[in-house]
Design a binder for this molecule. Sequence first.
Ligand SMILES: C[S@@+](CC[C@H](N)C(=O)[O-])C[C@H]1O[C@@H](n2cnc3c(N)ncnc32)[C@H](O)[C@@H]1O
Length: 285
Amino acid sequence: MSRADIFRTLGDPTRLRIFALVAREELAVGEVQDIVGLGQSTVSGHLAQLRAAGLVTARRDGAHTRYTAARPEGQDALYQLLASEPLPEGDALALRRVLAERTAPTPEGLGSDYLPGRSWEALARMLLSLLPPLRIADLGVGTGHLTSLLAAGARHVIAIDRDESALSRLPASIERRVGTLEDLPLGEREVDLVLISQALHCVNDPVATLRRCRDALAGGGQIAVLDLAPHTHAWVRHRLGHQHLGFADLAGLLRDAGFHDVRQEIVHVDRRAPAFTTILATGRK
Ligand SMILES: C[S@@+](CC[C@H](N)C(=O)[O-])C[C@H]1O[C@@H](n2cnc3c(N)ncnc32)[C@H](O)[C@@H]1O
């Protein structure tokens, strides 16, 4: 590369500015962008021209490519002169900030699978947004978390629980009915979808409850039951009122209640003690 080519390449004030930066520190494209305040394609374009002129080299470092100034062959004196080009005050400050950010501690305890912005609630909302506008009955609402999520896209949500205080926490758009899973306060064919999440184990005769659910569904309506796989934690009887220590064959219970297209699968295995396994069973009227 001749001196004339080098001067031509650095004749552009932005390229000279970027060269002066990478002559001081090895920087990733994002860092250069952050300092000079230009878009990614502009900065990448300038770096590509500096590379073509032999004024910059690139090094792959994990997900990043880092750039640093290089001495074009036989141009040591010129390189020294160019590399000592003073940085504009704003660039010098921004460079210091970018370098400090590199070593800034990341928040503790995030875990290796942490992803900024990901949450189960956000994922659930995305999937629920795909549901057609159904009439949904949610049996046994607990904290009301699931029930409240459903309210966003459903045509109508009926929440049923024997505990009035659980119902009182729900948003006003949800219809609340105090009642039991044994004597379900739902009319014939009143809903399109029945959900029972972690509540069926509280009833003595689950098949009788599932039959009542079937009656409450319109033709073609669906039921989805989340419950526990068989376990040996007898403390859930007196602490949480469970009558069954999980279910070995939720699908069989749904078939006994008259549902068809029945499916059952394990949807969660909790790795933390007491390590319950969660089963999802679905069926259609
Ligand atoms: C573990 S919570 C369910 C939580 C909620 N469905 C969820 O998945 O986040 C169980 C709920 O069922 C209610 N429940 C238990 N047995 C019931 C019964 N026989 N009839 C009506 N509600 C019952 C309790 O009051 C409680 O609100």
